[in-house]
Ligand binder design. Structure first.
Ligand SMILES: *Cc1c(COP(=O)(O)O)cnc(C)c1O
Length: 463
């Protein structure tokens, strides 16, 4: 995945086939279990089913476009992460990937903790009954009002992101007569994505406090000196959609070095380190994500080894997977509206959603898969680009994929692995109505976030 972002304006037509797509799968009807949620299969009629319900029924009852979230799969992934890390580590689900009150209840029931990074996410978490001590509050510019609410609620940790915030949180905590548990977010000079990482001395980004030039050490010095704060550890998050553990190796080494410096200077061994999230998932059959137990073992081995060589007690580890939990558990269901074959180029398939329900393709050049799901087909594969209905030529859902050549308006197609950063980044561009999220489990489907209506749009527009 490239991290290059495109300008918001229309892109120049890049219509020549670029040859970046893989060859078509041998069987376009096959559903690769890597990219589809666990209860997805095809029924005797060839229609895709999730949680035992066929997509035609789902489309009829809930409309399209819509996100269908496989609740059993979500819960199973939560348990897999919790089991893999065990009782001596903490798993925080990154709520920004997708958050709703139902999701909060599932997390609570399955024993996970929760990361929030705004007042809105905090409200959702508390309203759905997540115990405050299981919530971590992130963000590079939390407002005073947000910090007040977090401190009053008694969140388990606030992750401090700047020198100003160290003082701000300390004052607010003191005013409330509490010692707030905090971590300091450091930037370790590692930027990791997919199969590469870059390790540098300096990092050019807005988050955290640099390890370089003794900045992080100075932040620790200040946090330790303030009565309102209980400094429990150091936090590092190095990127997203990462498959290669080498970036974590470098970041863990640098964080442990900082812990050793803190011990040498202040005589305290901070009890925790947080290694962030960013673990990759399969968006297409070309991606090979690791299982949670492999990740847990790799991270724990790295930290143990680094601590042994620094003669430190091994701290309690926490991690913050968002995408790796929710990403694979949902697909977006669309109805095909128009089909335009461009001779010698490719076929444009327009669906009833687009960049308003999945901005990742336009924003990050993200790759997705797509399948015809209302039926099977034996027709030849055709090269398609799945596009939305927005007034923007960059409104692309799936850049290059193959669908059967007999695809017709009215067919249902689905894009898997849209559980993370699709509904949570959805917009009302062109006054689109943001799609619902429907949870499906054991033959039952229920709306957990309803579809927006035109009344919703008019209610905000006060005229
Ligand atoms: C975004 C983010 C995460 C989650 O990232 P995923 O790629 O969804 O796992 C975790 N921690 C922090 C601090 C983040 O900013």
């Amino acid at each position: 995945m490239s991290r290059s972002a495109h300008p918001a304006g229309p892109r120049h037509a890049d219509v020549l086939p670029e040859g970046h797509y893989s060859a078509p799968a041998a069987d376009l009807n096959a559903l690769d279990e890597k990219v589809w949620s666990r209860t997805v299969t095809r029924d005797a009629d060839g229609a895709l089913t999730v949680g035992g319900i066929a997509v035609a029924r789902l489309a009829e009852e809930f409309g399209t476009p819509a996100y269908f979230l496989d609740e059993s799969d979500f819960r199973a992934r939560c348990r897999a992460w919790a089991d893999a890390f065990g009782p001596d580590a903490d798993v925080f689900y990154a709520g920004k990937a997708f958050l709703s009150r139902a999701v909060v209840r599932w997390l609570k029931e399955e024993g996970l903790n929760l990361d929030v990074c705004s007042g809105g996410e905090l409200t959702t978490a508390l309203d759905a009954g997540m115990p405050a001590e299981r919530i971590a509050f992130h963000g590079n510019n939390k407002t005073v009002a947000e910090i007040e609410r977090a401190v009053e609620a008694g969140v388990g940790r606030i992750v401090l992101d700047s020198f100003q915030e160290i003082v701000r949180v300390a004052h607010i905590a003191q005013r409330h007569g509490v010692r707030q548990r905090v971590q300091i977010r450091v930037t370790v000079g590692v930027e990791a994505h997919t199969h590469e990482f870059i390790a540098t001395a300096h990092e050019d980004q807005k988050f955290g406090i640099a390890l370089a030039d003794g900045q992080a050490a100075e932040a620790v010095r200040r946090a330790l000196s303030l009565d309102g704060l209980e400094l429990i550890g150091v936090h590092s998050h190095i990127g997203s959609q990462i498959f290669d553990m080498a970036g974590f190796e470098v970041s863990a080494r640098r964080v442990v070095q900082l812990l050793a410096e803190i011990r040498d200077e202040h005589g305290v061994e901070l009890p925790e380190i947080d290694l962030g999230g960013g673990l990759g998932i399969a968006y297409t059959s070309d991606d090979d994500p690791r299982e949670p137990h492999e990740i847990a073992k790799a991270l724990s081995d790295i930290v143990t080894r680094e601590c042994e060589s620094a003669k430190l007690r091994t701290p309690r580890i926490s991690v913050e997977p968002g995408r790796a939990i929710v990403g694979p558990t949902a697909f977006t269901l669309y109805e095909v509206g128009t089909i335009k074959p461009l001779e010698g180029l490719r076929t444009y398939v327009s669906v009833d959603g687009g960049m308003s329900d999945n901005i990742r393709t336009a924003l990050y050049d993200a790759e997705y898969s797509v399948a015809l799901v209302s039926r099977t087909s034996d027709a030849e594969p055709m090269l398609v680009r799945v596009v939305g209905k927005h007034c923007e030529s960059g409104d692309i859902v799936v850049k290059d994929a193959f669908l059967p050549a007999d695809l017709a308006p009215g067919d249902l197609i689905a894009v898997p692995a849209t559980g993370a950063y699709c509904r949570s980044m959805a917009s009302n561009y062109n006054h689109a109505l943001r799609p619902p999220v429907v949870a499906v489990r054991e033959g039952e489907a229920r709306v957990i976030v309803r579809r927006e209506t035109e009344e919703d749009l008019l209610r905000l527009d006060v005229g």
